[in-house]
Design a protein around this ligand. Structure first.
Ligand code: ATP
Ligand code: MG
Length: 334
């Protein structure tokens, strides 16, 4: 597993994530006498600062003050495979944690790709949601700390057996909801990466969610799938006699000079504009697979002009907005 505590983040990256001038970050570091991490090697150019200190900067100046462990539940969802749910879930949850929030991210996909990106070795045996739902352990006991502010319930193939357990339970769509009650007041955000099926586990995730972030590809066929998905969700919530949660459609893998991407965006805007951020699509970028491969969130390695970093940075306020929250950037740092 990566030892994030020894990796740290540069001043430049803190200023990019916070959207403040580099000099502002520099003044804060000097004023608070924040110690840099030892350099990885003698010639390395970048001075890096520990995650715990970076979180303090955000908590003091950027993160909204009113958010105090409200347990807001976000899910990344689509029953179509490979749209980018895990990739975007990974970046959003790690970045929210770096920004000072308390985050629990739950891998609800037996493929365990999110867990791998967070550094878990799938060959090792660790508790998952399967053990929690079976009441073998409490939900607290399944939680692993990754770095300050970021906690995870990892997943592996054991989750495939969860469907049978859920289907034999009473109120089988509300099992996770009851489990999350045991975490009340502990996290700002609880974030689910879902699996690409119409499964009972995914139904449970939908029921818990305050915001469902639907990740879809900007390709013609994925839009047919989206129509089905929206209909399915509407019927599901109506049968459950529950209100539809907030929904944010995030078009992904957008390519600037691609006719398919442009056409897909036109169709999305025509039918779903109320669920979208105007003029936003997550662009295709090699940094996304690189980030997963290296088990390193973008903030630890991406260049200042990375498209994926820029899009992650734009997506976070959009998610917060849908939850009636906003970032208060306070540049008045003495
Ligand atoms: N914006 C992007 N730019 C480039 N590649 C991307 C982007 N988003 C996702 N990918 C790539 O697309 C592939 C699928 O992404 P990912 O695993 O996140 O999708 P998923 O929806 O979680 O898949 P599954 O349904 O199997 O869980 C991966 O190889 C990933 O690196
Ligand atoms: Mg996935």
């Amino acid at each position: 597993m990566n030892s994030f505590s020894s990796i740290g983040i540069t001043q430049k990256m803190i200023s990019i994530l916070a959207g403040v001038n580099l000099s502002t970050v520099n003044r804060w570091i000097t004023k608070n006498n924040v110690q840099a991490l030892p350099k990885a090697h003698e010639n390395s150019r970048n001075v890096r600062y520990p995650i715990g200190e970076i979180r303090k900067f955000f908590q003091e100046y950027v993160v909204l003050k009113e958010l105090k462990n409200n347990d807001l539940v976000l899910s990344f969802y689509n029953f179509k495979g490979g749209t980018g749910k895990t990739s975007i879930c990974y970046q959003v949850s790690t970045h929210l944690a770096l920004m000072g929030y308390n985050v629990l991210v739950i891998d609800a996909d037996p493929q365990g790709h999110l867990s791998t990106s967070l550094g878990f070795d799938n060959n090792h045996n660790f508790p998952t949601l399967f053990d929690v739902v079976q009441s073998k352990i409490t939900i607290d006991e399944a939680i692993v700390n990754i770095f300050p502010g970021l906690n995870c319930i990892p997943s592996n193939l054991s989750l495939t057996r969860l469907e049978v357990v859920l289907s034999n339970s009473t109120k089988r769509e509300e099992i996770l909801l009851r489990q999350l009650e045991n975490l009340r007041g502990k996290y700002d955000f609880i974030i689910f990466d879902s699996n690409p099926t119409i499964s009972l586990l995914n139904r449970n995730i939908l029921v818990c969610s305050d915001l469902i972030s639907i990740i879809c590809e900007t390709q013609p066929y994925s839009l047919n799938g989206l129509k089905m998905l929206m209909e399915d969700m509407t019927v599901f919530f109506s049968v459950m006699r529950m209100e539809l949660p907030e929904i944010l459609i995030v078009p992904n893998k957008y390519e600037d000079r691609s006719t398919n991407s442009a056409e897909a965006m036109t169709v999305l805007r025509q039918f779903y504009s109320q669920f979208m951020m105007t003029d936003f699509a997550f662009r295709k970028s090699e940094d996304i697979p690189t980030s997963a491969k290296q088990s390193l969130p973008l903030a630890f390695f991406a260049r200042a002009n990375s498209l994926a970093l820029e899009d992650t940075k734009d997506l976070i306020p959009a998610i917060l907005n849908r939850l009636q929250l906003s970032l208060n950037i306070d540049e008045k740092i003495a």
